[in-house]
Design a protein around this ligand. Structure first.
Ligand code: DGJ
Length: 750
């Protein structure tokens, strides 16, 4: 059981084995947030909700002023589950609903509730979501009614002891006889009683997609948001809120991850008595929604994970949930492919012969999937034209011949597409200019990479793209698709929407994209899909619901990419992070392979030009992939060194049964000789493990407390993958007696 309702005190308790969340329905039917934190078996609502503020700010003459059980209730300072808008509370509000009288005062009060074993019925929930199964969760649905309008709010709380997370979303239902405008729609509100936190978020730009940024809370409204309609490098929808003294292994941390691929916002408001209100919502800068009578709209879902054991514990909770309940079933075939992508090797400059040689060379190197990136379709020889014309450029490439040849030697072929786009210089635009997302009367919409977006709010556009893609994928046997999205939305006020619905464009656009992805993945369930957005510009759980992996960045130089992967690893399982070995200057093939190993693993260079020595390394790593990559796919991830605080990047991954472990280490800032130890995490302390760096056997507690000694001279960017494997006690004792020579000469580092 994960939800209890105590009728007498009107208190809900949602809990897992290490987390509690308490809600109280007060005398005036406000939903009061009592507690969120480490597991707590009981609560005193009076003591936790006591705030010595102007407590009667909300009361009108009809309500008694008595020193009753809700004596300490204050509109100014109480912690709410749903704060009102336009009433006594002047902090940020989660919902703003405007009726036809243009008065947006919004005040939702408790009406009823339901507790369900299992997840809520999601048959009408059109956004990607956690695929909870019965037995994973219990769900609390609290229905509230607006004080002024016949508008209802449902708050959903899915609490999962199995995964140690709380999933929040909401729904607004219009039961009035008028149209109402939803001006702000939150997925969750969380009020906390203190403000000694900093926000850890991921920001970036093209080529440096993800950097960890830490923002201390202050009394101004802090908004971590995106308004690009997708392709938002500038803040990822996953963030953490860390106590100022919390670290990767200690202290209180919340992880938040929204399952949405368009405009979102997290607002943090510290109030006058230093409490913090967090609201996760559609970004109201680019969102509004008109509801006709009896219509409703859901928010997206947000996963909330809590830990008092630091950031690594948040990663474990999120990674497990994402792997098991968000990623599509095509994740099963990820392990079957080692791919090579044509982009960095050839750009647009390839033909049938070049691709066939690539296929042949890849085969020799034990790579089994060749991906033909941008440039295979009609007229596309640069980024200035042809998006939308999804027909094979037969003058350039005989795709049938390539596929037949590949099949004959047991190789697979993948293709790149960018379905949501249209080039002004394309047959599609010449025939259907109305398919482009251009507002009425706009002559010069902003071009980005010489392209426009399609108007994905229109069903006929989605139908057209789906048919065009089907034409390719019905006729060519393709095993993998890279689905790109290289520009963001501008002037996004669809000409096809009514005047009063223009601000629904970005939301409706992503619904169109999800519809297309749904249709595509249902029709081609065996194609491995990798999404992408000019690198990792749309790296979120909405995309991961359809594609088990996302290309992480166009920055393939390991110097920067190591910190990009470090940042993404915090929130996203390593199996979802597209990572390739390229031909960039920094590092050897080995250094590059070590880093790519901790993502999907693949190649992105002209492999026909590799030296024989490098090819040996390719074969070595492809073999290592077959032996050990399952640990990266399934294991528990632990950050070891935070690259912003040390000169290294290091992490390790441990298989669920704790028998196998892989360590990544990189000399990130050119240190030479130094006393350095990599303290591995998550092993069994009393089991013996062999390690591939010194070929010794030690107990788990040695690796965890002393660590791997790498105090040797080291080249800049020197990288290593260390395999640590449990050995049974008898073998370990024998080995230690016969082979281990303490004080003796060690093997060189790999
Ligand atoms: C952006 C992607 O990130 C690249 O990998 C490549 O696919 C190009 N688009 C192709 O235009």
């Amino acid at each position: 059981m994960s939800i209890e309702f105590e009728a007498k005190r009107k208190i809900f308790h949602l809990f897992t084995n290490d987390y509690s969340y308490y809600i109280h329905v007060n005398k005036y039917n406000y939903l009061i947030h009592l507690y969120s934190g480490a597991y707590l078996s009981d609560i005193s609502k009076e003591r936790v909700s006591e705030r010595h503020m102007e407590r009667y700010a909300f009361l009108n003459e009809n309500k008694e002023e008595t020193q009753d059980e809700d004596y300490y209730f204050s509109m100014i300072a109480s912690q709410f589950e749903v704060a009102p808008f336009g009433k006594g509370d002047k902090r940020n509000a989660p919902f703003i609903i405007e009726g036809e009288n243009n008065t947006p005062i919004t005040n939702f009060l408790y009406d009823s509730h339901k507790i369900i074993k299992g997840p809520a019925n999601k048959s009408d929930f059109i956004l990607p979501h956690v695929r909870f199964e019965n037995g994973d969760v219990e769900t609390l649905i609290i229905t509230l009614k607006d004080e002024y309008k016949d508008v209802y709010l449902e708050l959903y709380y899915e609490i999962s002891d199995k995964y140690g997370v709380l999933v929040r979303y909401s729904r607004i239902i219009n039961k009035t006889s008028e149209k109402i405008k939803v001006e702000k729609l939150a997925s969750f509100e969380l009020d906390l009683p203190s403000s000694d936190y900093n926000i850890l978020c991921l920001k970036g730009t093209w080529g440096n997609d993800t950097e960890v940024e830490r923002i201390p809370l202050n009394h101004s409204l802090t908004k971590i948001s995106d308004n690009h309609g997708g392709r938002g490098f500038y803040y990822n929808p996953s963030i953490a809120l860390m106590k100022n003294d919390a670290t990767i292994d200690n202290g209180e941390v919340y992880g938040f991850s929204m399952i949405y691929s368009s405009d979102f916002s997290y607002e943090f408001k510290v109030d006058e008595i230093d409490q913090t209100r967090i609201i996760g919502a559609f970004n109201d800068e680019t969102f509004e929604y008109l509801l006709n009578p009896s219509e409703s709209i859901y928010s997206f879902e947000t996963i909330i994970a809590h830990s008092i054991n630091g950031l690594n514990d948040i990663s474990h909770k999120l990674h497990d949930l994402i792997r098991e309940r968000i990623l599509p079933s095509t994740q099963k075939i990820q392990k079957d492919y080692i791919l090579i992508n044509s982009w960095e090797g050839y750009l647009y400059d390839f033909d049938t012969e070049k691709i066939i040689s690539l296929v042949d060379e890849a085969k020799k190197c034990d790579i089994n999937l060749v991906v033909i990136d941008d440039g295979w379709f009609k007229g596309r020889n640069s980024d200035t034209s042809s998006l939308g014309d999804w027909e094979v450029n037969t003058d350039k490439i005989d795709l049938k011949k390539v596929i037949d040849h590949a099949k004959s030697i047991n190789m697979k072929i993948g293709l790149w597409v960018e379905p949501e786009m249209i080039s002004p210089n394309s047959d599609l635009f010449r025939n259907h200019p109305e398919f482009a997302l251009i507002p009425d009367g706009y002559k010069y919409p902003t071009l980005f990479r010489h392209q426009l977006t399609l108007d994905m709010t229109k069903k006929e556009v989605v139908d057209h793209v789906f048919n065009a893609l089907s034409n390719i994928f019905d006729n060519y046997s393709i095993d993998y698709v890279k689905w790109d999205f290289n520009r963001y939305l501008t002037e996004s006020y669809s000409a096809s929407l009514d005047v009063e619905r223009k601000k629904e464009t970005n939301y409706r656009f992503i619904l169109g994209t999800y519809d297309l992805l749904n249709r595509f993945t249902s029709k081609y369930p065996n194609i491995l899909l990798e999404t992408c957005s000019a690198g990792g510009g749309r790296f979120d759980l909405g995309m991961l619901y359809y594609s088990p992996q996302i290309w992480a960045s166009d920055e393939t130089d390991i110097a920067l990419r190591a910190s990009i992967q470090y940042a993404k690893n915090i929130f996203y399982p390593l199996r979802s992070i597209g990572a390739h070995i390229s031909d960039r200057k920094i590092g050897s093939i080995t250094d590059k392979a070590c880093l790519a190993f901790f993502g999907t693993f693949g190649y992105e260079l002209d492999i026909t030009k590799l030296s024989e020595e490098d090819k040996k390394q390719v074969l070595f790593f492809n073999d290592l992939y077959k032996q050990f990559h399952h640990v990266v796919l399934e294991g528990d991830y632990y950050a070891i060194f935070d690259p912003s605080k040390t000169n290294y990047v290091a992490w390790n991954v441990v298989s669920k049964n704790k028998k196998e472990c892989l360590v990544y280490f990189m000399n990130y800032r050119k240190e030479q000789t130094k006393s350095r130890f990599i303290k591995v995490k998550g092993l069994r302390k009393d089991k013996y493990y062999f390690n591939s760096i010194t070929n010794d056997i030690y107990k788990g507690d040695f690796y965890m407390n002393v660590g791997l000694n790498v105090s040797c001279p080291m080249d800049p960017y020197f990288s290593a993958v260390v395999v640590i494997k449990e050995v049974d006690d008898v073998r370990a004792t024998l080995y230690r007696k016969t082979k281990q020579v303490d004080g003796g000469k060690r093997d060189k580092l790999m």
